[in-house]
Design a binder for this molecule. Sequence first.
Ligand SMILES: Nc1ncnc2c1ncn2[C@@H]1O[C@H](COP(=O)(O)OP(=O)(O)OP(=O)(O)O)[C@@H](O)[C@H]1O
Ligand SMILES: [Mg+2]
Length: 361
Amino acid sequence: MTQLSAQEMDIPRRILDNLNLAVLLFDRQLNLTYLNPAAEVLLAASARQVRGVNLKDLLSGEHELVRSCLQTLRSGHPFTEREVSLMLANGRHLTADCTVTPLQEAHQPSELLMELQRVDRQRRILREENLLAQHQASRALVRGLAHEIKNPLGGLRGAAQLLERELHNEALKEYTGIIIGEADRLQNLLNRMLGPNALPHQRNINIHQVIERVRTLTAAEAPPGVRIVRDYDPSIPEFSADPDQLIQALLNIVRNALQAVGQEGQIILRTRTVRQVTLGHQLHKLSIRIDVIDNGPGIAPDMLENIFFPMVTTRADGTGLGLPIAQALVNQHHGLIECSSQPGKTAFTIFLPLETHHEQQ
Ligand SMILES: Nc1ncnc2c1ncn2[C@@H]1O[C@H](COP(=O)(O)OP(=O)(O)OP(=O)(O)O)[C@@H](O)[C@H]1O
Ligand SMILES: [Mg+2]
C-alpha cells in the first residue's frame, strides 16, 4: 500500500473545515460527536457548546426529523428531505435541505452523517448574483452613453469658446457664455456617470479612519436637530483598501440619510465583523459590516429594488448616481452594499471582506 504523506492525510480535515456545507456526525443515541465550522455557523454555536448534545435538544420541536433519523438507524437507508424548516434550540429559525446517511460498522448502522444546506442562503446568493449582473449591465450602458456624449460635447464647448473670442457684441457673448456654462454642467454630470475609472490605490487602513472622516464631513452639513451616533467595534483589524474610494462611497450613503431625515432625526454609524458571508461568488471567512441606519421616512418597497440603478431618484435635484457609484466603489473592493427599509428605519449595510476561504492563512 502506498504511504500517505502528512499533507495528504490532512486533506479531509482541510476540506471539512472549508466546506460550505454543514456536516454533522451523530452516534447511535443521536448525540452529536462532530461538526464542521460551517455547521457551527449554521447552528450559531461553537463545537465546544454543542458536542455531546442530543439531536432532540439541538432542534426544538423537530420531532419529525428525529423520527426519520431513528428510522434510518434501524433500516440503514439514507434519506433526503428538501426545505426542512428547522427551529434551533436557541430560537433561530432556518430552512435547509437535509441529507442523512448511516455509516455502517459490522453491517450495523453505527453513526449518522447529516448534511445541511441552507436554502434561504442559496436563494439570497442567486438573487444577489442576478442583481449584480443587472447593475453591471446598466452601469456599462450608462458609461457607454456618457462616453459617446463627452466627445461631441467637448467639440461644442470648444467651438463656443472660439466664437466668443470673435464676438464683439456683449449681448451675443452672453449666449456663448450660456453654451459654455451648460456644457460644463453636462460635463460634470457625465464625469459622475462615468463613475470611478481609477483602479483603487490600496494601502493598509483602519475602517474607523474612513468612517470618522465621513462623520466629520457630514456633521458639518447636518442641521442642529440631527444626531449622528457612533457604535464602533474597535477590534476590527486593519485591511488593505483605497480610503478615498471608501470615503466617497460612505459619504454618498450618509448624505442620503441626512437628506432623508430632514431637520430632525438620528443616523447611526455601526461597525462589526461578521463571519461566513458570501459576496458575489465567494465565501468570506471574515468581513467588515458597516451599517448606516436612519430614522427617516424610508424607501417605498417598489423603489427599493431599483435604488442601485443609475438615474433612479425621488429628489428634485438628485441625479440618482450616488448609490450606483457607491456600489461600484465597494464592488471594486470585492464588497457589497445591501439595503432594507421600513418607515422609521432604513439601513444601508456595506460588507467588505477581510479574509477569504481561498487564501492560505
Ligand atoms: N436613507 C434613505 N432614506 C430614504 N430614501 C433613500 C435613502 N437613501 C436613498 N434613498 C432613495 O434612493 C434614491 C437614489 O439615491 P442616490 O443617492 O442614488 O441618488 P440621489 O440621492 O437621488 O441623487 P445624487 O446623485 O445626488 O446622490 C434617492 O433619490 C432616494 O429616493
Ligand atoms: Mg444621493
